[in-house]
Write a protein that binds this ligand. Structure first.
Ligand SMILES: Cc1ncc(C[n+]2csc(CCOP(=O)(O)OP(=O)(O)O)c2C)c(N)n1
Ligand code: SF4
Ligand SMILES: [Mg+2]
Length: 348
């Protein structure tokens, strides 16, 4: 009798011994070809390669097709699907209660700057440690494709209706308000988005990544500036983004002056190989100017526009206890009956 051959190939695992399957979620219910699905795939790859423990991640979203995405990746992580436009306050509360979590917000352009503009503004000025990803299709995909506040002036709906309002640039807003890692990418630019997400995981502070993510059902036609064709024809990367995590310890030599290097707080290296000679991603004024120029020319500028790897976070500023508040016993978080009584006496 012959013996059955046994396979000796071990499944591929990352530095914490997990397989890529450990980072997956439910099967997507979004339309085939929707940019949001590609972004979910990039998040899975980046989290796997960085060796992030899925249970240490808290996913946050609002309402929209984009906000459904967290169901399609990392099903072992915590997840909170909030009210439309209100994800920032939920994420802020969660991070203050447990600063050891890695917060990942995935949301839409409508959720962020139409109904959610007020909450977005206050999130950006606090430098809360969070990776905030906007899946930007310039429309409300879930409610059948109306213009959102990121739709460009003069772009059209499928029906031919013209948008006669100027767009909000979420990157300009985030830079002005105080976010410390601000960039734009494209769901179809696998390499750039992958590198930017890995760097985002290493960043300490607010990451605001606006990812142009075409809605194939309602906003992928001629006349839209958020279609695959428009972005492929008009994408202007500022630099090539390379990220070397601290655990890889690879040293790459570049000719002097051809790359901008940022050392992240954990010792990782972010290298931006210059495609535009004088661009300095630590200069806010230059970043805003370059973004405004891009708008005027109809370019889809991508890359890391602004970074400050050393700013204090909201958690640092509030001087939160070393042990996460959520894990402290009640005796440490609640005043005693006597202390309350004394307080009441003082108010008499
Ligand atoms: C308070 C409230 N107002 C309006 C709606 C209807 N609504 C649901 S999703 C959505 C817009 C979603 O757009 P976006 O955030 O860009 O996500 P997308 O579907 O394009 O990914 C709107 C207006 C709602 N659910 N709740
Ligand atoms: S309607 Fe648009 S945004 Fe929503 S899943 Fe379909 S393609 Fe994506
Ligand atoms: Mg949208």
């Amino acid at each position: 009798m012959g013996t059955t051959p046994t396979s000796t190939t071990k499944p591929k695992v990352n530095r914490i011994g997990l397989q890529v399957a450990d980072y997956r979620g439910g099967k997507t219910t979004l339309c085939a070809g929707c940019g949001h699905n590609a972004i979910s795939e990039r998040i899975i790859d980046a989290m796997y390669e960085m060796g992030v423990k899925p249970e240490s991640v808290a996913k946050f979203s609002g309402i929209g097709c984009s906000s459904k995405s967290p169901a399609y990746f990392m099903n072992r992580s915590h997840s909170f699907n909030s009210v439309h436009g209100r994800m920032p306050s939920v994420a802020t509360g969660a991070m203050l209660a447990n600063k050891d979590l890695i917060a990942l917000g995935v949301t839409g352009d409508g959720d962020t700057v139409s109904i959610g503009a007020g909450q977005f503004v206050h999130l950006m000025r606090r430098n809360l440690p969070i990776i905030y990803v906007i899946e930007d299709n310039g429309c409300y995909g879930l409610t059948k494709g109306q213009f959102s506040a990121t739709a460009d002036l003069g772009s059209t709906l499928k029906t031919g209706i013209v948008n006669d309002l100027p767009p909000v640039d979420t990157c300009i807003m985030a830079i002005q308000l105080g976010a410390t890692f601000v960039g734009r990418s494209f769901s179809g630019d696998k390499k750039q988005l992958h590198a930017m997400l890995k760097a985002a995981i290493a960043h300490k502070g607010t990451v605001m990544l606006d990812v142009v993510s075409p809605c194939v059902t309602f906003n992928d036609h001629e006349g839209s500036t958020k279609s695959y064709k428009y972005v492929l024809d008009h994408e202007e990367p500022l630099h090539e983004v390379d990220f070397v995590p601290v655990f890889e310890n690879i040293s790459v030599e570049y000719d002097p002056g051809t790359a901008f290097e940022v050392t992240m707080h954990d010792g990782s290296h972010l290298r931006l190989r210059k495609l535009e000679e004088e661009y300095d991603p630590t200069d806010k004024i230059q970043a805003v100017t370059r973004l405004m120029e891009a708008h005027a020319k109809g370019e889809v500028l991508t890359g890391l526009f602004y970074i400050n790897a050393n700013a204090p976070t909201f958690i640092d500023l509030l001087n939160v206890t070393d042990q996460p508040l959520a894990t402290l016993p009640e005796s440490a978080t609640r005043p005693s009956r006597e202390a309350l009584q004394q307080c009441m006496e003082e108010l008499r």
